[in-house]
Design a protein around this ligand. Structure first.
Ligand SMILES: Nc1ncnc2c1ncn2[C@@H]1O[C@H](COP(=O)(O)OP(=O)(O)O)[C@@H](O)[C@H]1O
Ligand SMILES: [Mg+2]
Length: 447
């Protein structure tokens, strides 16, 4: 009934050499809800279409329940797909749209009982006699889901099924999809560019970038222990603060991470993760601070794992339940150009590292400070929902506070940085602290 889907080293190369998917390996367990997340153009739809059999696999193997499936026709895969644009037959009622695949599958059988049961499950009994043109977007998408569910497929593939709906409906249907797929226990691969959607739906989230898998983990793990700076920047809102840093580790003094005009002094005795930074001595790194890792308080209030800096208030975003304060701390935001740029077109095998990230950072650093959110397009939108693409985010450090603080432009404010929640990435953008090997310690790290 439910099905295991495995991709082994799968690539898709389009005509003209566009490598849409690059050596992807992924094992999806029976009944699992896996989300494929990444910016537009990163290859998500291509992956789904290869699983569905709508797209030829250039290299690598697809296995369905352990059986080699590259050459299986779509109709032989027992997989149902739900698309972004609802894809209903306009000249058929809801009932006929839902019943259509059933008629194809079993021409003699009466689809009515299955159609009715599905409609009850989705609460769309009253929509069955309407044509798609007489339905709202949300209703159309429910009917489209009904058509996928009625077949009792062994897997669902959903390609941004909610992105044509307004926010309220999206939240509602998101909850419904989550409930339904779990109730049915059917393996689901769900594609989205919306990290919040990915985090709220997935048992696991697979982050893709330029056709290359970056990380696949539970939502908690991709948030708390992103493998690289791309994942860190893509997941979480407001976006993680990414600053250019330099590790200083004198043998006789405190180890610090210099951030331009100020430095983070790492508390002694050094924890294991910080000790590992010693080898980065003198090297440029990217420091990641999530907004919740910094609080407004004086040095006297510091807990042992906290270190202090000061920030000049440049902008205050009132959000009702919380306030986002943009500080200038005299550091330079790390720009990660390949996060922002459209994916490179002629794609050589990306097996080895894309070196010299910091070299490119340096080139970019000559540009206007702060005009440089290191994020893919959607992530950048998320970080500043009201800003036009050209608008610059002021400050280099965004901190979340309760609305009780009255902060005004130009105030110099003491800040405490929680060094236990400090991320450090190397010149290639890979996370070096917390140490990658510490993934199993997630619980402890989050405590
Ligand atoms: N038929 C095609 N021919 C050439 N390039 C294609 C074709 N289909 C998709 N692509 C390219 O492959 C990449 C991945 O596309 P897609 O899987 O649709 O991305 P996503 O769903 O993540 O937005 C994009 O760069 C896209 O332009
Ligand atoms: Mg797509």
């Amino acid at each position: 009934m439910t099905r295991a889907i495995s991709l082994h080293d799968v690539s898709k190369v389009h005509a003209k050499g566009v490598r849409a998917v690059d050596h992807l390996s992924l094992d999806i367990a029976p009944g699992e809800f896996l989300v494929l997340l990444g910016p537009s153009g990163c290859g998500k739809s291509t992956v789904l279409r290869m699983i569905a059999g709508l797209e030829h696999i250039t290299e690598g193997e697809l296995f369905l329940d352990g059986g080699y499936a590259n050459d299986l026709p779509p109709s032989g895969r027992d997989i149902a797909m739900v698309f972004q644009n609802f894809a209903l037959y306009p000249n058929m009622t809801g009932r006929d749209n839902i019943g259509f695949p059933l008629r194809i599958e079993a021409p003699g059988a009466d689809p009515a009982p299955r159609v009715d049961a599905t409609a009850r499950m989705l609460g769309i009994e009253d929509l069955l006699d309407r044509f798609p043109g007489q339905l709202s977007g949300g209703e159309r998408q429910r009917v489209a889901m009904g058509r996928a569910i009625a077949r009792h497929p062994s897997a669902f593939l959903m390609d941004e099924p909610l992105s044509n709906l307004d926010a309220k409906l999206r939240n509602h249907l998101r909850a419904e999809i989550s409930r339904l797929t779990r109730e049915l226990g059917v393996t689901t691969v769900y594609v989205t560019h919306d990290q919040a959607e990915a985090m709220s739906l997935g048992d696991r989230v697979a982050v893709l970038r330029g056709g290359v898998l970056q990380q696949v983990d539970s939502p908690r793990a991709v948030y708390a222990l992103p493998r690289n700076v791309f994942v860190a920047a893509f997941i979480g809102t407001p976006r993680i603060n990414l600053l250019r840093g330099l590790v200083r580790a004198p043998l006789d003094g405190a180890m610090t991470v210099s951030l331009g005009k100020q430095a983070l002094r790492l508390p002694e005795p050094l924890c294991l993760d910080h000790r590992l930074l010693r080898v980065q001595q003198g090297r440029e790194v990217i420091v990641g601070l999530r907004s919740e890792a910094v609080r407004i308080a004086t040095p006297a209030e510091a807990r042992p794992e906290e270190t202090h800096i000061t920030g000049l208030v440049e902008h205050v975003e009132f959000q009702g339940h919380e306030v986002l304060v943009h500080f200038n701390t005299g550091s330079s935001p790390a720009v990660v150009p390949e996060l922002e740029a459209p994916r490179p077109v002629p794609a050589p095998p990306r097996r080895h590292r894309e070196g010299g990230l910091l070299g490119r950072l340096r080139q970019r650093a000559g540009g206007p400070r702060g005009g440089s959110a290191a994020a893919p397009d959607e992530a950048a939108d998320r970080a500043r929902p009201s800003a036009s693409p050209e608008a610059r985010v002021p400050g280099d450090l965004v901190v979340r506070t309760t609305p009780d603080f009255v902060l005004r432009y130009g105030m110099q404010i003491p800040l405490l940085v929680d060094t236990a929640h400090l991320y450090v990435f190397d010149q290639h953008g890979d996370r070096i602290s917390p140490a990658p090997a510490r993934l199993p310690d997630l619980e402890e790290w989050e405590a």
